[in-house]
Design a protein around this ligand. Structure first.
Ligand code: PEP
Length: 252
């Protein structure tokens, strides 16, 4: 049985005061949750405060990106050991906003995954097609290229230490969610691909989240799909009431 995982990607939001207010509420409201892994991903500057606040809670912390070198002359970058040092356990890699605005490629995603794994961070690796690719019937080809590039050189054992987030880019922050059937079709395809690239056991055990305008009113039908193991949530993770409702879907 794959354990579901709900992660909140706060993006470029929440200063220290706002972040601490939010996690204080989440900690209280979600303390009895046991059936789902919960992660919040704040900006780098508050990772340590948020991690400290969540010590001994059932909520883990993740960063939103990392650089693959450990240290050196790389002004402005943050490495896996530094993220680990804050108490964070996860790191989002290859988010579509990083691909779109900051030149992230499958090759850089691959280097970042290897750096994260080397230092014991759990990568949440984002893949997904843009609208033009979907409309051109290219979705599966895009997903295949992203998986082959991003996971090149990894072993089955390493794959089982990461989480994949399938996020159709046209559904991120747009209010347009993929239908449960559209999402399931791609999740199933990803599992088939992983079975070919690695093995059947790895493809069945690995967790694949869906991301793209997940809200309390659509989570039920999406998460009911056989190959969907939780959600990567942007907008709805910024308010405690909506994030709590999303997590509590799994506790019913
Ligand atoms: C995201 O940022 O990964 C995301 C899925 O955002 P939203 O839920 O706002 O679409």
């Amino acid at each position: 049985m794959r354990r579901p995982i709900i992660a909140g990607n706060w993006k470029l939001n929440n200063n220290a005061k706002q972040a601490l207010e939010l996690v204080t509420l989440l900690k209280r409201e979600l303390s009895d949750v046991s059936k789902v892994d919960i992660v919040v991903c704040p900006v780098f500057t508050v990772l340590m405060e948020v991690s400290d606040c969540l010590i001994e809670s059932n909520i883990d912390v993740g960063a939103q990106d990392l650089y693959w070198e450990d240290s050196g002359a790389f002004t402005g970058e943050v490495s896996a050991p530094l993220i680990k040092d804050t108490g964070a356990k996860y790191v989002i890699i290859g988010h579509s906003e990083r691909r779109q605005f900051f030149g992230e490629t499958n090759e850089t995603v691959n280097k970042k995954i290897k750096a994260a794994l080397k230092h014991g961070l759990i990568p949440i690796v984002c893949i997904g097609e843009i609208l033009a690719e979907r409309e051109a019937g290219e979705t599966f080809n895009v997903i295949k290229a992203q998986c082959q590039g991003s996971f090149a050189g990894l072993s089955s054992e390493q794959m089982l230490k990461l989480v994949i987030a399938y996020e159709p880019v046209w559904a991120i922050g747009t209010g347009k969610t993929a239908t449960p059937e559209q999402a399931q079709e791609v999740h199933k395809y990803i599992r088939e691909l992983l079975a070919n690239m690695f093995d059947g056991e790895t493809s069945q055990e690995l967790r694949i989240q869906y991301g793209g305008s997940v809200k309390p009113d659509n989570i039920k039908d999406l998460m009911a799909q056989e190959d969907i193991d939780g959600a990567l949530v942007g907008g709805a993770s910024l308010k405690s009431d909506s994030f709590v409702k999303l997590v509590k879907y799994y506790e019913q």
